[in-house]
Ligand binder design. Structure first.
Ligand SMILES: NC(=O)c1ccc[n+]([C@@H]2O[C@H](COP(=O)([O-])OP(=O)(O)OC[C@H]3O[C@@H](n4cnc5c(N)ncnc54)[C@H](O)[C@@H]3O)[C@@H](O)[C@H]2O)c1
Length: 247
């Protein structure tokens, strides 16, 4: 039996994605750091390699079908299997609904929703043949409770990720493919840094844990869902939010 694994992590260049790449990079796992920002993606891959792990950076725009297909072709040339896909690439913008133009609405949905769909569809093709695999998507607490600070388009796209996860889980289960989502509350990354110190301090006060989560908190939840320890877990939306949303 071949125990070697291949994991693709979108948006792996920085933030949560980088922590996920580093955490999945255990011995025997090739991590594909898939990101639009290829220079930064290479830095993540180099850092993994400098610690003895296996990693490669590949440029992708998850919103673009041709780019996603090219990524899968490139991975196929490197590895006969795809064992783990983490749909982490995502973008957001804080805007009141009245200020959201159609192009802005579409821009967010193209990355967060269409990107998750395209990447998962292509992973499913491979994993179905293998009759194994783990697909984990990063949603958001705003996808459950709506977005006041996060834009309504961002929150709606993440609600879409949650529902897509469940549909995919239903269709993938007969092939022994686990499909789950991790739902972070506010985390200490660039995405929230732009809200400014004052707003972040006020927001943290609303979290029962009284602090933002760290990228490692999400990475550890992803690692669990990517492991054999989650054999019978599928269609689960795992909150990582310090008690921010409980449902
Ligand atoms: N930071 C938070 O508070 C928070 C909370 C809940 C959910 N999330 C979700 O977690 C994920 C990671 O967030 P983060 O805070 O690390 O963000 P980040 O902005 O720090 O990093 C996002 C990464 O995704 C990449 N990316 C963006 N668009 C892409 C595209 N079209 N194709 C390929 N790569 C693309 C970027 O280059 C970047 O490397 C996102 O899906 C985000 O919505 C974040």
């Amino acid at each position: 039996m071949n125990d070697h694994k291949t994991a693709i992590v979108t948006g792996g260049a920085k933030g949560l994605g980088k922590a996920i790449c580093e955490t999945l990079a255990s011995p025997g796992t090739l991590v594909v750091v898939a990101d639009m920002e290829i220079a930064k993606a290479r830095e993540t891959a180099d850092s993994i390699k400098s610690h003895g792990g296996e990693a490669v950076a590949i440029e992708v725009n998850v919103a673009d079908e041709a780019s996603v297909l090219a990524l899968y072709q490139a991975v196929k040339a490197l590895s006969p299997t795809i064992d783990i896909l983490v749909n982490n690439a995502g973008i957001g913008r804080e805007l009141p609904i009245l200020d959201i133009a159609v192009a802005e609405w579409d821009r967010i949905f193209a990355v967060n929703m269409r990107g998750t769909f395209l990447m998962s569809r292509e992973a499913l093709r491979v994993m179905k043949e293998q009759r194994s695999g783990k697909i984990i998507s990063i949603a958001s607490a705003s996808g459950k409770m709506g977005g006041l600070v996060a834009g309504a388009h961002y929150a709606a796209s993440k609600a879409g990720v949650i529902c897509f996860t469940k549909s995919l889980a239903l269709q993938a289960a007969p092939f022994k493919i686990n499909v789950n989502a991790v739902c972070p509350g506010p985390m200490a990354t660039d995405m929230t840094a732009i809200w400014g110190e004052e707003m972040n301090r006020a927001f943290a006060e609303k979290i029962p844990w009284k602090e933002y989560g760290q990228p490692q908190d999400v990475a550890d939840a992803v690692a669990f869902l990517a492991s054999e320890k989650s054999r019978y877990i599928t269609g689960e939306i795992l909150d990582v939010n310090g008690g921010f949303v409980m449902d």
